[in-house]
Write a protein that binds this ligand. Structure first.
Ligand code: 5GP
Length: 179
């Protein structure tokens, strides 16, 4: 694992090594397996950022389940987009289902808020949120996040699915922008 990396014009320092991420993912999976025992949830993975988290998480889920991949807002540069678009890719019937939204990171929380609105319009039975990373200092919404891998300060991070300007998503560790 490299301590420092450069992606495009920015430098990043190691922040959360892969082994730590794996432990957090394992803990989330254990909680979901316990809490939803006997249910058949539909996991909605929010692309692009959550692909790696979802792949690791789903290997540890022992419930009967379905997985679907959806997409919402676009995100460019180091600031969260204020414009939240429609949900693309939701082909499953969600009415009456227990849905678990799998998200890489919740920052302002507005993306997730839009997801929740859309799912409630479609009359889901129950929605739960699993986010690998949460930035409480940036959060501007008002709902409960059921499963959180870790809370971090308001720094821009990349790796493990998260990008900077489209790069760095494949990194197995999470890096933080250098001050
Ligand atoms: P929110 O709507 O909660 O403000 O933002 C959610 C989305 O913003 C995430 O799905 C992610 O794509 C992006 N995002 C928020 N913070 C970061 C960050 O620190 N690094 C990266 N790469 N993306 C982030």
């Amino acid at each position: 694992m490299k301590k420092k990396i450069k992606v495009r014009d920015k430098e990043f320092d190691i922040f959360i090594p892969a082994a730590d991420i794996d432990r957090k993912v394992g803990r989330i999976a254990e909680s979901i397996n316990t809490d939803l025992k006997g249910k058949v949830p539909l996991f909605l993975v929010v692309l692009n950022g959550a692909f790696m988290f979802a792949a690791d998480l789903m290997k540890k889920i022992d419930l009967e389940n379905n997985i679907s991949f959806v997409k919402l807002s676009s995100y460019t540069g180091t600031r969260s987009s204020q414009v939240v678009n429609e949900l693309i890719g939701l082909t499953e019937v969600v009415k009456g289902r227990t849905v678990i939204i799998v998200e890489d990171i919740i920052d302002t929380g507005l993306t997730m808020q839009r997801m929740l609105e859309i799912l409630h319009e479609q009359e889901v039975a129950e929605v739960r949120i699993a986010a690998l990373i949460f930035k409480p200092g940036a959060f501007r919404a008002n709902y409960k996040i059921d499963y959180i891998g870790m809370e971090i300060p308001n720094d821009f991070i990349l790796g493990y699915g998260l990008d900077y300007d489209g790069f760095g998503r494949n990194l197995p560790d999470i890096y933080k922008i250098s001050e």
